[in-house]
Design a protein around this ligand. Structure first.
Ligand SMILES: *Cc1c(COP(=O)(O)O)cnc(C)c1O
Length: 387
């Protein structure tokens, strides 16, 4: 079995469970993104909610990416990490006044507005500061992302964005709101999208909307197509870097930009998922009536994706080369949902073995909780453990 090339000697000195970030994988991923986006005027804003580990953020900032934020906390974290406010976009259906004020105070690049009342509040708060807020309309394009229903966001039944049927009203509203300036339109149709035709569908819808705005004499400076590019959870060793070329080519080939328009992306998972693993130890191997349980010291408080989205994570026993057999890999938390995988085939396992739950760099550490009064997991990077 091919396994991650991890510093197991170092791991043995560290209290499990913990996150491990291979920053070389992250750097290679970013090089790939940059080489694909520099061909055309494409701008990537890293979706902060995927992972805000300071070491990870520093590498992303050094690569020159902007930030996509969905809370005031994330706006602040992006600024604290040294990301220029001129590269920060701020989305979210429920922005509180203090969060809007934080964005206004820092003159962020753009508020991605999700409703009429939010637009009115931004106008009011910007007026109080004597500023003009730059906004993009987050439009719900009613495009299916063919992904898990919990991470689908671009259907008219979802809570996100402005429905296309409200656009006439909004265009009439803008002249009455002097402290907001419409500079773009924004979309985000979902996450872990591996069927690239979903993005092609989005391009078709964007082209139609461009015609609509043109016919209403509205000039848009930028289009933001959000994030959502999926990664290969089944084979992280074979496909450590998503196919960014195919992804960006979809937009190059199918989205018609107007003169001087820039195209923006908000990638989260595709940037950070493959560089992270949750490292855990086997506490017990328990023989059930018909199967074996590998009981780990990591649980859904450390990595909730399997419990929340029925997500798959590839699991490797880093300590064993013995013949493989199936295990239900579970955590210690008092909930049946605390199961990482059922019938997972891995090398014969015993108490004390080190286990890697792969592709855990996105929506992993950041979603950790203290349920059952457990400790939050710590995190280490390949740079730290190299010396
Ligand atoms: C979560 C989110 C993203 C990033 O999604 P990924 O699937 O991680 O790429 C981008 N934009 C918005 C508005 C989001 O909410």
């Amino acid at each position: 079995m091919i396994k991650a090339n991890y510093p197991i000697d170092k791991f043995n000195e560290i209290q499990t469970p913990f996150y491990y970030y291979d920053l070389d994988v992250l750097r290679k991923t970013l090089v790939e993104i940059k080489s694909e986006t520099k061909k055309t005027d494409f701008h990537v804003h890293y979706a902060m909610k995927a992972n805000v580990n300071p070491s990870v953020l520093a590498v992303i900032k050094d690569a020159g990416l902007g930030a996509d934020c969905v809370s005031g906390g994330e706006v602040q974290a992006a600024i604290d990490a040294g990301i220029s406010p001129s590269k920060i976009v701020f989305a979210g259906v429920g922005k509180a006044d203090w969060e809007i004020n934080l964005g206004l105070y820092n003159d962020i690049f753009c508020f991605n507005v999700e409703s009429v009342p939010e637009l009115e509040v931004i106008n009011e708060l910007a007026s109080a500061k004597g500023k003009i807020a730059h906004v993009a309309l987050r439009i719900n394009p009613n495009v299916s992302a063919h992904t898990h229903h919990y991470i689908t966001t671009g259907l008219s039944e979802n809570k996100f964005g402005i429905n296309m049927s409200d656009l006439d009203h909004l265009i009439d509203l803008f002249p009455t709101l002097p402290n907001v300036k419409l500079i773009g339109i924004h979309f985000h149709i979902g996450s872990q999208i591996t069927d690239l035709t979903s993005f092609q569908g989005l391009c078709v819808r964007v082209n139609e909307l461009q015609e609509y705005f043109l016919s209403h004499s509205v000039k848009l400076e930028h289009i933001n197509v959000g994030g959502g590019l999926g990664i290969n959870y089944e084979h992280p060793n074979h496909f450590p870097i998503p196919d960014f070329q195919a992804y960006f080519n979809i937009f190059r080939d199918h989205l018609q930009l107007q003169h001087n328009q820039t195209l923006h992306f908000e990638l989260g998972r595709a940037v950070v998922a493959q560089c992270g693993s949750l490292i855990s130890r086997v506490l017990y191997v328990k023989q059930g009536s018909s199967k074996k349980f590998a009981i780990l010291d990591a649980g859904f408080t450390d990595l909730i994706r399997p419990a929340l989205y029925q997500a798959y994570h590839h699991i490797e026993n880093l300590s064993s080369d013995l013949a493989v057999e199936p295990y239900d890999v579970v955590g210690p938390i008092c909930e049946s949902a605390d199961t990482f995988a059922k019938g997972f085939v891995m090398n014969q396992t015993k108490r004390g073995d080190l286990i890697a739950l792969r592709s855990a760099g996105a929506y992993g550490e950041i979603m950790a909780s203290q349920y059952n009064l457990r400790k939050l997991p710590k995190a280490y990077t390949s740079d730290e453990l190299a010396h």
